[in-house]
Design a protein around this ligand. Structure first.
Ligand code: PRP
Ligand code: MG
Length: 200
């Protein structure tokens, strides 16, 4: 048995769409069930559904052998994992955004303080960061900060809140990650699964 860590967020929708596009019927149904259960088993593959930032934690410890995670998570925090490969879904990017008439940015709200501070440090911009846990678009609307650093996918959240993108920071893609030990000790099972879903 191998354990695959997935997220139940936006990336999950992209992953199930990828399975559908590639006619991977054996996985589509069990992964699309409307249930509160946090795991499902298909043959010898156990899928667990975790919060995005927790996927690398499960994989690092070895209780999950591989995981599918947005590169945003591994840009923001450091994990002792194998960063195996980029996957063909989950494309989006980090941007700086704010109200249309915003001048220089002095304060920025974000869930991704490490990504943001690295970016502003490299640009030699003196910006104070406010950490929020989500819905960061509210911060410039309410005047908490001048702008945000956040993920943009369709751009709808920015548009619906009257915000515009000022600068693109970094591309984001789904990535396959693996435990440093079990990726080799369970090589055959992992390889079989990855071949089945067209990753290898
Ligand atoms: C993410 C991200 C943006 C939005 C981008 O938020 O933080 O707000 O999606 O997607 P879009 O460009 O397609 O609108 P999410 O809904 O995951 O929630 P959160 O910010 O509260 O974590
Ligand atoms: Mg959001």
């Amino acid at each position: 048995m191998i354990t695959v860590a997935l997220t139940k967020g936006r990336l999950y929708k992209d992953f199930t769409a990828y399975l559908k596009d590639n006619d991977l019927h054996q996985y589509i149904e069990p992964l699309s069930e409307d249930t509160r259960s946090l795991y499902t088993i298909v043959d010898n593959v156990k899928f667990i559904f975790a919060k995005g930032p927790d996927v690398p934690t499960y994989v690092e410890s070895g209780v999950a052998d591989i995981g599918i995670v947005g590169s945003d998570i591994i840009e923001e925090d450091t994990f002792n994992i194998l960063n195996v490969s980029q996957l063909p879904f989950g494309d989006c990017h980090f941007s700086v955004a704010g109200l249309p008439d915003q001048g220089e940015f002095r304060t920025i709200a974000t869930k991704y303080t490490n990504v943001a501070s690295k970016y502003f440090r490299e640009k030699k911009m003196d910006v104070s960061l406010v950490h929020l846990n989500g819905s960061v678009e509210l911060a410039p609307l309410l005047g908490l900060t001048d702008g945000i650093v956040d993920i943009v996918q369709t751009g709808n959240t920015l548009k619906d809140n009257g915000l515009i993108e000022y600068e693109k920071i970094l591309e984001i893609h789904a990535r396959l990650i693996a435990n440093k030990r079990t990726f080799y000790t369970k090589e055959d099972e992992i390889y079989k699964f990855l071949t089945e879903i067209g990753v290898f």
